[in-house]
Design a protein around this ligand. Structure first.
Ligand SMILES: Cc1cc2nc3c(=O)[nH]c(=O)nc-3n(C[C@H](O)[C@H](O)[C@H](O)COP(=O)(O)OP(=O)(O)OC[C@H]3O[C@@H](n4cnc5c(N)ncnc54)[C@H](O)[C@@H]3O)c2cc1C
Length: 811
């Protein structure tokens, strides 16, 4: 056994073996894998082996496409069969809403380059005669679906890695991990200790236990999962004989089942409502290749509907039932990437669809380790998307919710109920009393909109404009015409201080740092010049900066900040989390309101746009920024949580005769659309450059050095490939949601990032990316955007529809 290695991968399931192979492919060959038992002996060996490209996140869908394409390469390199059956698959819709969802998935597949088509029920039946047509309203065919042999595939990854120089130790368990003073890791195993520069947790069913070796509680939980295999079915054999090929896969959303051909019968698996976690606290180390006790009762409701939808199945005998555990994160996507605070410790776990995602996870992780960047937008599966609020019991509630909803539609305005409220601010009850409909923002209850008296504070879920529409409109008009107040505690807030703070921030950010008492807006780039953040930075004192950013990206950003923090102690980093609460007041009367709460001079000349000041507001020690995301005159007022209630009550009282209204996140997002402001995770993601995103004015190329400068210079010289643009859309009763294709001249040329209704300007608005060459086509209706399968005319906007000169922000 080696005593030193560059990378030690823990776990020989399909994911660990894929990571090992991809590391060798990326050029690191001094790598090894440690497996407790035999390859596949976690959840991999009893998988049903199905694969598909469909995923709620288009970037994960792309990586699934990569995985599926990889199997031929693996077979070619190794000569080891993956047992591929590329049969295609049908997704069967039983309701018009589900069909709308499939139309959206089909539209998105267009710009992802995936091959899908929409079918009528009779067309679906022609492809899969087992279905009872009358239960369905339509279907989507995904040509890339298929299934494989889990054992052969895992061994193919392992063989390819070994051929490139990697080593694999079987029957060797990692029992503990410790960090050495030089930053490397001692990996203590039952066969000896290996010193490794990097450790990858691909522990699958034991990923939680591997994390705990370092005091880390990863949000991952195993669930029991059952599928049954039928006896030979004459209907299947007749189909094979007549058509000369296998049955296509099928997912029946109503019955919550998936099925595919296995020999001359069918494999049928369920994602039942009455789902059951497995080993919710600790996974026993001696759990081997045994199966769990089947429980047909639990899946009976799904089988009952399935037997109606596929009548031939009802007569088929059951040859065997498989019940095995596999792992999920709270949102069902993998946990991948470096762990904040533990340099050199990487995750590749909670991969619930190892045969759709394993290749993409291996590719992204290996590039991340070798090049410092995953090379893709992997935000949807980044381990950093969860904060400390994702506790073990939170994870348990969310994973059960996610599992039982695996085949349910998530509507764009749907907030899921499990594990809520998890975190609340001091204003929670008063905002609820004011009619707030709450949403979950990074584990924190945050007001979305306010129901006026007599209106039930509840969302009616839909892909179309819904019951909140008139109320959000009233909030937007209230802000634009007078003044509104909203809670902004969910923003990320940081303090960066110390003698090295300015130089440090100047190197991380593209903009120049502000003078004391001033604010700048600044993107943050990776070395490839791609956007990895967007911040508001205020200088409170020569060596003290306050910074605001996206709530969801707090751990993601802290990981980056720590990576670049000087070792000499000259820079201190602090994330406030909920240690700082905030209220924003915005609208033309907001200055009058603020003036009533403080004896400071807040006149237009004394307290200017982008000024920052510590002042007393409503008796509370507060930090005030003259900036709002509404694009209007406005202020963000930040106080310690114990003052938040007082501040809010005084704002309410002082604003009574100023027509003060409440507004929520939905109004805020609509108001920012009217200003063409981008938002993190939609318009701003690590696949776009700052110039492509239209953030040129926040990139100071006059600065001699900042991360990503060379790439930014090159992007500016070339003009970049893409351009963020905005549209007025000729929408009917549904606005864009994000991820819709943009058409031009009969071709799909781009995609929408976000949009909605601009209530003040009274237009349906959208933002998205198009090739730079088309960004000047301002002809009326020159573009089309596909909303719910319907191509709607769209006109590119030359400037923001509200206050293009920015007079209101500066008034
Ligand atoms: C019934 C069932 C059906 C499924 N059907 C499908 C399907 O159709 N399609 C699909 O894509 N997915 C399916 N899955 C899910 C699939 O099995 C998983 O996505 C996949 O196996 C995850 O692989 P992994 O490598 O992450 O984890 P695992 O397979 O659990 O591998 C982890 C490995 O790490 C080893 N290990 C852990 N800790 C240590 C340690 N301390 N020291 C050394 N070794 C350690 C374990 O022994 C294990 O071999 C199914 C799962 C089940 C249970």
């Amino acid at each position: 056994m080696k005593t030193h290695t560059r990378v030690a991968v823990i776990g020989g399931g399909v994911v660990g073996c894929s990571v090992l192979y991809h590391l060798t492919k990326a050029g690191w060959t001094d790598v090894l894998l440690i497996e407790r038992d035999q390859l596949t002996s976690g959840s991999t060996w009893h998988a049903a082996g199905g694969f598909h490209t469909l995923n709620g996140d288009p970037n994960v869908a792309k990586l699934q496409g990569y995985t599926i394409g990889l199997y031929d390469e693996l077979e070619r390199i190794t000569g080891q069969s993956c047992g591929l059956h590329r049969s295609g698959g049908l997704l069967l819709a039983d309701t018009p809403e589900r069909m709308e969802w499939l139309k959206m998935a089909h539209a998105r597949a267009r710009y992802l380059g995936l091959e899908t088509s929409l079918l009528s029920p009779s067309e679906a039946k022609r492809l899969l005669p087992l279905i009872e047509e009358k239960y369905f309203v339509g279907a989507m065919l995904d040509a890339a679906d298929g299934n494989l042999d889990p054992y052969g595939t895992t061994h193919a990854y392992a063989k390819a890695a070994r051929m490139a120089g990697a080593e694999i130790y079987l029957k060797t368990r990692v029992s503990s991990l410790s960090r050495c003073p030089n930053g490397t890791w001692d990996v203590v195993t039952t066969q000896g200790t290996i010193n490794a520069e990097h450790v990858v947790n691909a522990g699958g069913l034991w990923a939680r236990e591997v994390g705990r070796m370092l005091g880390l509680e990863l949000p991952v939980l195993a669930m029991e999962h059952m599928y049954l295999v039928t006896d030979d079915m004459p209907e299947v054999m007749a189909f094979n004989k007549e058509r000369g090929h296998e049955l296509p896969h099928a997912i029946d959303f109503k019955a919550e089942i998936y099925m595919r051909q296995e020999r001359n019968g069918i494999v049928l698996g369920t994602y039942e409502r009455a789902c059951v976690p497995w080993s919710p606290k600790t996974t026993p180390w001696d759990f081997g290749t045994e199966l769990l006790e089947p429980d047909l009762e639990r899946i009976a409701p799904s089988l009952e509907i399935g037997y109606q939808h596929f009548p031939a199945m009802a007569h088929a005998g059951i040859r065997r039932i498989v019940n095995g555990p596999f792992t999920f994160s709270p949102d069902g996507n993998p946990l991948v990437g470096p762990v904040q605070g533990l340099p050199g410790f990487w995750c590749a776990c909670a991969v619930m669809a190892g045969f759709s995602q394993g290749g993409g996870v291996g590719l992204a992780l290996s590039q991340w380790m070798v090049n410092g960047d995953p090379g893709f937008d992997v935000w949807a599966m980044d381990v950093a998307r969860y904060g400390p609020w994702a506790t073990r019991s939170y994870t348990n509630e969310k994973v059960r919710e996610n599992y039982s909803r695996r085949f349910s539609i998530r509507f764009p305005n749907e907030e899921l109920p499990a594990a809520r409220p998890q975190q609340t601010t001091a204003l929670y009850d008063v905002l609820l009393a004011a009619g707030a409909v709450m949403g979950d923002s990074w584990g924190l209850e945050t007001p979305l909109w306010f129901a006026p008296p007599g209106v039930e504070p509840r969302d009616v879920v839909s892909f179309h404009r819904s019951n909140d529409f008139p109320h959000v409109k009233a909030e937007c008009l209230g802000v634009r015409n007078a003044v509104g107040v909203t809670e902004i505690a969910n923003f990320a807030k940081y303090e960066i201080s110390g003698p090295g703070a300015e130089a440090y921030l100047s190197r991380l950010m593209t903009n120049r740092m502000p003078k004391v008492g001033r604010i700048v807006l600044t993107p943050m780039l990776n070395p490839a010049g791609k956007l990895i953040g967007d911040f508001t930075i205020a200088r409170a004192a020569p060596e003290r900066f306050l910074m605001w950013g996206s709530s969801q990206a707090q751990i993601y950003h802290m990981r980056w900040f720590e990576l670049h923090q000087p070792a000499d102690g000259s820079v201190r980093l602090h994330r406030f989390d909920l240690g700082l609460g905030g209220l924003s007041i915005a609208g033309p009367r907001s200055r009058e309101l603020l003036a009533r709460l403080t004896d400071e001079d807040v006149s237009a000349t004394a307290f200017r746009f982008l000024d920052h000041r510590a002042m007393e507001v409503a008796n509370c020690p507060a930090l005030v920024n003259r900036v709002t995301y509404t694009g209007d005159l406005g202020y963000e007022i930040w106080v310690a949580p114990e003052y938040q209630r007082r501040l809010y009550e005084r704002i309410r009282t002082a604003g009574q005769d100023l027509e003060l209204i409440h507004f929520g996140m939905r109004a805020l997002l609509s108001l920012r659309l009217e200003k063409n402001f981008p938002t993190w995770y939609r318009e701003l993601r690590p696949i776009y450059g700052a110039f492509e995103a239209g953030l040129d004015r926040f990139v100071d190329l006059g600065k001699p050095d900042f991360i990503g400068r060379d790439a930014a210079v090159a992007e500016k010289a070339s003009g970049g490939k893409l351009r963020r643009v905005s549209f007025a859309v000729d929408a009917l009763d549904a606005d864009v949601l994000g991820d819709e294709p943009i058409w031009h001249g009969g071709n799909v040329i781009g995609w929408i990032t976000s949009g909605g209704y601009g209530h003040y300007v009274d237009r349906s608005l959208a933002q998205g990316y198009v090739p730079a060459a088309l960004a000047g086509d301002l002809r009326e209706g020159a573009f089309e955007i596909e909303i719910l399968g319907d191509r709607r005319k769209a006109s590119m906007l030359r400037e923001p529809p509200f206050d293009p000169e920015g007079v209101r922000m500066r008034m």
